[in-house]
Design a protein around this ligand. Structure first.
Ligand code: NAD
Length: 487
């Protein structure tokens, strides 16, 4: 069966998911399809009262189901059933996501959705395996570190990988015994609503997941400032992350995990496998049209191999074919909005006006929708906005170096430290530079996440606080209590 579908014939769930059902909401924020620019829906905005209703529902559900206190294996079983249903429902989920987002339907079914189910199972396994500790004390005492869930966790996700980002938040929080009130991006809310519905169908007590739709100012602030939400887990821009910290500080104190922006360098040394490096570098900036937090957007190459590397990258960039997200054959994604496409174009135009050279791209593509051509910008320096700002589009900047120290200086970003790529056949150099690179994830002779969910992901500097994925993500959803018993 073909995965292609007609976007006009899709029924969209417009509302909020609270308890075990969709609560209708009046559409307020106009939504346009990135693949053809058509206005097709409007996203409701949950106000503080509705967010409070979701939080109170979550608190009652926690109490009635004793989700945090039941045998952990029971939580594991429900989450495994949920993952099974997600796989079985992949087509419906993929359609709801593809229509609104930049994710091609084929990538969703084979990639995002399959991986999300896998990650939910990965987190489920921690439910009955992560144990509290007995600690060494003197003979007359017994010391323990007990852990327990927070209660209601507030989660906020971005538009670039909606299902997957929801799985990163919901999986560990639920496995650890919490309830979650989640706000997806106002640009891509539909697939997250369906994920919640599937969870209830899988046997998750109703109310443990609520999905409230809305923007950052109203719904987001109501979540981060809610006194009964005990912890915040956020993925999005550094700007919004800072605003969330401010709102939390204004309304109280609570722990938060922030997965924020990046401007990740890819360093290619003369001794690297150039074809392999060219493939990885190009894929990292053209995949989802560069709209990924870990997009390798700064190419830093040793001067002596710059020419063949650039040649190979340009060939690959020019071969990219745009296609709507609802076509099963589509590989190259549109930009999420016209505004964002314009912003990308403005940054590239400003770089060119300041003396940079566009080796390819630097323009919108001549097709319906918000497509932007893969772009390689040379002749930029460390102060150029194209090198400093997270563009969140298919724009790769090019800089060259002559020795390791120069490469390290160029790689260092004043505020971001999310990921970095290193291409070299010299093992000593790979280890030496891995130690020096200031980033939360380093990929050597490859670029991009694998299905090794045990590797945590998170940023250095202003790319974030705390980790998603890995054991850390589970542990971040439990608080610890130190206990000392006098015997
Ligand atoms: P964004 O920050 O504009 O929005 C993210 C989410 O936060 C949305 O749901 C939005 O409504 C909400 N929001 C915005 N302002 C808020 C506020 N003041 N209070 C509460 N919520 C608020 O980001 P985006 O454009 O949706 O996504 C792109 C960004 O996400 C990029 O910067 C990208 O690097 C980052 N990202 C990071 C990771 C990671 O793992 N580090 C993963 C994916 C995306």
């Amino acid at each position: 069966m073909s995965l292609s579908f007609d976007p006009d014939s899709l029924a969209l769930p417009v509302g909020h998911f609270i308890g075990d059902r969709l609560v209708a909401g009046e559409g307020v924020i106009a939504m346009h399809r990135p693949s053809d620019g058509k206005a097709y829906a409007a996203c409701p905005i949950a106000d503080a009262d509705l967010v409070d209703r979701a939080v109170q529902t979550a608190k009652s559900a926690l109490k009635e189901s004793n989700w945090g206190g039941i045998r952990p294996r029971e939580r594991l079983k429900v989450l495994h059933r949920w993952a099974d249903l997600i796989e079985q429902d992949a087509m419906a989920l993929a359609r709801l996501e593809a229509v609104a987002s930049t994710r091609p339907v084929g990538h969703l079914v084979e990639g995002d959705i399959a991986i999300s189910a896998e990650q939910i199972r990965f987190f489920a396994e921690f439910a009955d395996k992560d144990s509290s500790d007995l600690v060494p004390t003197d003979d007359g005492s017994l010391g323990m570190i007990m852990t327990e869930p927070y209660g209601v966790v507030g989660a906020i996700t971005p538009w670039n990988f909606p299902i997957n980002m929801a799985a990163w938040k919901l999986g560990p929080a639920l496995a650890a015994g919490n309830a979650v009130v989640l706000k997806p991006s106002e640009m891509t809310p539909f697939s997250t609503l369906r994920l919640a519905e599937l969870a209830v169908r899988a046997g998750l007590p109703a109310g443990l997941i609520s999905v409230v739709l809305g923007d950052g100012m109203t719904t987001g602030n109501a979540i981060t400032g809610h006194p009964d939400i005990a912890k915040i887990s956020f993925t999005g821009s550094t700007r919004a992350g800072a605003a969330i910290m401010e709102n939390i500080a204004r309304t109280g104190v609570k722990p938060m995990t922030l997965e924020l922006g990046g401007k990740s360098p890819q360093l290619v040394f003369a001794d690297a496998d150039i074809d392999r490096a060219a493939a990885a570098v190009t894929a990292s900036i053209t995949s989802n049209a560069g709209q990924a937090c870990v997009a390798g957007s700064r190419l830093i190459v040793e001067k002596s191999v710059a020419a063949p590397l650039i040649d190979a990258i340009l060939k690959k960039m020019k071969r990219v074919v745009p296609g709507p997200t609802w076509d099963a054959a589509s590989q190259y994604s549109p930009i999420i909005s016209e505004r964002q496409r314009q912003r990308i174009d403005d940054i590239v135009a400003a770089a060119v006006a300041a003396g940079a050279e566009c080796l390819t791209g630097g323009r919108s593509m001549d097709v319906p929708g918000y497509f932007y051509a893969p772009t390689l910008v040379a002749g930029v320096d460390q102060r150029s906005p194209a090198v400093i700002e997270e563009i969140f589009g298919p724009v790769l900047t090019l800089q060259t170096f002559e020795d390791e120290d120069e490469a390290m200086n160029l790689a260092d970003h004043p505020s971001y430290g999310l990921a970095a790529g290193l291409f070299t056949s010299d093992l000593s150099r790979a280890i030496r530079l891995t130690r020096r690179l200031q980033a939360g994830t380093i990929w050597v002779n490859r670029y991009g996440r694998s299905r090794d969910h045990i590797l945590p992901t998170g940023g250095y500097k202003q790319s974030g606080i705390g980790k998603d994925l890995g054991r850390e993500a589970f542990q971040a959803n439990r608080k610890s209590k130190s206990v000392l018993i006098s015997l």
